[in-house]
Design a protein around this ligand. Structure first.
Ligand code: G
Ligand code: G
Ligand code: MN
Ligand code: NA
Length: 254
């Protein structure tokens, strides 16, 4: 209850902050994208994870405003990096289920892109399989509108959704983000290694890009290299960090 009341005030009190985690091309070492991950800077509790407050925000209906703020802030920041630092990469924003169900979701995205002057090709929207599988015709029509807008679509936590794979050819999506649960034991569990290898080859033949999440060790990276997975995100390179810290990392990497 208390947390719920605090959450209501968090937006006006400017307590949300977006952290950024780079996606790296392991062949070039270059940053090819960045995922925006919201945190709540609670005055007493410190940094609260979205895993804790997103469900609460969904229940209380606050999710729409919070998500809109995150989307605007991520687009604004990505555009600022372009203008001030000549750094061009996609920014990935997670869409919550209720955000995706909003009738005016596509208009909101269009408006925020115009406001922030970010070209649509630099925005990647991440949806989970469970969002994708709910009300499929509605989802397809929304995704097609986003595609016409020029926005990039990724399936997040790929492989965990227990869903039909037929959507992969029906939906206008670009990237599969392989869930980190498959990576954790990839060097010791032959099943995980097989699953990731199979996803990689399936994606290739469907013309989909793959980003591997949750890469933490050099051994995992070597395995991924051996199966030709070259786009990764994970603690091995960098945990999610505030914008200023991200800027230092990118500059150092050049
Ligand atoms: O960053 P962290 O590992 O704490 O994120 C936990 C979960 O919260 C992840 O599943 C992530 O996708 C989700 N998450 C992070 N930021 C956002 C956001 O802005 N919107 C939504 N809907 N989910 C987010
Ligand atoms: O559900 P989603 O994929 O959006 O969640 C992204 C979250 O995963 C990030 O918020 C981040 O905190 C977490 N994450 C990113 N890289 C790693 C990693 O290498 N290991 C672990 N355990 N978590 C990670
Ligand atoms: Mn994500
Ligand atoms: Na994920």
């Amino acid at each position: 209850m208390e947390l719920e009341n605090d959450l209501r005030k968090a937006l006006e009190r400017e307590q949300f902050v977006v952290y950024y985690q780079p996606q790296i091309n392991i062949n070039t070492g270059l940053v090819i994208g960045v995922e925006a991950l919201v945190r709540w800077q609670h005055p007493e509790r410190g940094l609260v994870s979205p895993a804790q407050f997103i469900p609460l925000a969904e229940e209380t209906g606050l999710i729409a405003q919070i998500s809109e703020w995150v989307l605007r802030e991520a687009c604004r920041q990505a555009r600022q990096w372009q203008v001030e630092k000549s750094q061009y990469f996609k920014v990935s924003v997670n869409l919550s289920s209720s955000q995706f169900q909003q009738m005016d979701m596509v208009d909101k995205v269009r408006r925020i892109l115009q406001e922030t002057e970010l070209h649509p090709q630099y925005l990647d929207l991440e949806i989970t399989e469970s969002i994708a599988m709910h009300n499929i015709d509605f989802v397809i029509s929304k995704l097609m509108q986003l595609e016409r807008l020029g926005v990039h679509i990724s399936i997040d936590d790929f492989g965990t959704g227990f869903s039909s794979l037929s959507y992969l050819k029906k939906f206008p999506i670009h990237t599969l983000k392989i869930d980190r649960s498959f990576i954790q034991d990839i060097t010791t569990d032959p099943d995980d290694a097989s699953i990731v290898t199979a996803i990689r080859w399936m994606a290739r033949s469907l013309n989909l890009d793959v980003v591997v999440e949750g890469v933490e060790t050099g051994e995992q990276l070597e395995f991924l290299r051996s199966i030709d997975c070259d786009k990764v995100q994970g603690f091995y390179y960098c945990k999610p960090v505030p914008a200023r810290e991200f800027e230092r990392l990118v500059t150092r990497g050049e």
